[in-house]
Write a protein of this length. Structure first.
Ligand code: SAH
Length: 317
C-alpha cells in the first residue's frame, strides 16, 4: 500500500478519515474492535480489510466515534460500506449545495435529501445527518434491508431526521416513493452496479487479487464486503439503472435541485452525458473522487437555472 493510500490524502478536505485510523482512540470507544487489529509488515496497526467481520467492527467504531451512531449493525451478507468513501460523496454534495447558497454550505433540517437504495446500512442518511444536520428520505426495494435500516434509525432516535420508504417496483426510481408536492435539495444514489451475480463474483475475485489475498483457499470467494444479490445486481447493471433514473428525473424537474448518482464504470459516462443532454438538463457536473487506489465519481444534473438554484438555496421558512 502506498503512503497516499494509507493516509487517504485524496479524500475531500473535510473528510474526517484522511489520516491513518487512530486505533487506540477507536478501540477506546468501541472495545470489540481490538480483536481485529494487528500490526502489518510495516509495523502499523491495521485490520484485515478482506474479513467482513473486521470491516464491520471498524465501521461500528467509526460510526460511534466520529458520527455518534451508537447502535449500528447489518445482517450477514449485506453490504458493509467503506465509511471514508461514503462520507466523501456527502462532502462534495455539500459543496454543490453551497454554490447556490453564497458559498456557504446549508446545514440543518431545512435541507432535504433523497437517498435512492439506502441499503440495510442506511449509511448516507446517518453520515449526512450527523455532519450537516440534513433531513433524509431513504428508499429501498429489499424489505429485510429496509427493516434493518429502520431498526438503526429507531435505535439511534433519528426518526425525526430519517424517513424510510419502500419501493415496490424494482424498475422505478422516484415514482411511487415521492409525493407530488415534495421538494428535495438533492438526490443521491449508490446504484446496484452488476448486471448479474456472475459479474458480481468476478468483481469480488478481482478485489481479492487487489488485496493480495488470492489463495487456493479463496478460489471461490464469498462476496466479501458483503452484498446480497439484489443489492449488487439489477437488470442491465448500473448503466440501465442510471438510465432509468435520468429518464424519470424529468418528471421531478421542478421538485429537486440536483439529481446525483455514483457511477462506478467510467465507460458509462459518454452514454450518461448524452442522456442528460437529451432530457434538457441545464447544467451537469462530474465530481471525481479517489479513496487510495480506488477511483470513483458521481454525476449531478439539474433542470434549474443558476438563478432558480440561488432562490432555492435561500433558507426556507
Ligand atoms: N446506499 C447503500 C446501499 C447501496 S447498494 C450503500 O451505499 O452502501 C444498492 C441498493 O439499492 C440495494 O440495497 C438495493 O436493494 C437497492 N435498490 C435496487 N433497486 C432499487 C430501486 N429501484 N429503488 C430503491 N432501491 C433500490
Amino acid at each position: 500500500m502506498t503512503e497516499a493510500a494509507a493516509t487517504k490524502i485524496n479524500l475531500h478536505p473535510r473528510n474526517l478519515h484522511r489520516g491513518r485510523y487512530d486505533f487506540a482512540q477507536l478501540i477506546a470507544s468501541s472495545p470489540e474492535l481490538a480483536a481485529f487489529v494487528a500490526k502489518n509488515e510495516y509495523g502499523n496497526e491495521t485490520i484485515n480489510f478482506a474479513d467482513p467481520a473486521a470491516v464491520k467492527a471498524l465501521n461500528r467504531a467509526l460510526l460511534l466515534h466520529d458520527y455518534h451512531i451508537k447502535d449500528w449493525d447489518i445482517p450477514a451478507q449485506y453490504l458493509c460500506p467503506p465509511i471514508p468513501g461514503r462520507a466523501d460523496y456527502l462532502h462534495y454534495l455539500a459543496d454543490l449545495l453551497g454554490e447556490s447558497n453564497g458559498g456557504i454550505i446549508p446545514r440543518g433540517k431545512a435541507v432535504r435529501a433523497l437517498d435512492i437504495g439506502t441499503g440495510a446500512n442506511c449509511i448516507y442518511p446517518l453520515i449526512g445527518h450527523a455532519v450537516y444536520g440534513w433531513q433524509f428520505v431513504g428508499t429501498e426495494i429489499d424489505k429485510t434491508a429496509l427493516q434493518n435500516a429502520q431498526q438503526i434509525v429507531e435505535a439511534n432516535q433519528l426518526g425525526d431526521a430519517v424517513e424510510l420508504r419502500f419501493q415496490g417496483s424494482p424498475t422505478s426510481i422516484f415514482e411511487g416513493v415521492t409525493y407530488a408536492d415534495e421538494y428535495f435539495d438533492l438526490t443521491l444514489c449508490n446504484p446496484p452496479f452488476h448486471a448479474s451475480l456472475a459479474e458480481a463474483r468476478q468483481g469480488t475475485q478481482r478485489k481479492w487479487q487487489n488485496l493480495g489475498k488470492e489463495s487456493n483457499k479463496h478460489k471461490n470467494p464469498v462476496l466479501n464486503f458483503g452484498g446480497q444479490s439484489m443489492e449488487l445486481c439489477c437488470e442491465g447493471g448500473e448503466e440501465a439503472f442510471v438510465t432509468r433514473m435520468i429518464e424519470e428525473s424529468v418528471s421531478g424537474r421542478d421538485h429537486c435541485m440536483w439529481f446525483t448518482t455514483l457511477i462506478s464504470k467510467s465507460s458509462s459516462l459518454p452514454h450518461i452525458y448524452r442522456l442528460i443532454k437529451n432530457i434538457g438538463a441545464v447544467d451537469n457536473r462530474t465530481f471525481e473522487m479517489s479513496q487510495g487506489q480506488k477511483k470513483s465519481r458521481f454525476v449531478a444534473w439539474t433542470f434549474m437555472s443558476k438563478e432558480q438554484r440561488g432562490a432555492r438555496g435561500k433558507p426556507k421558512p
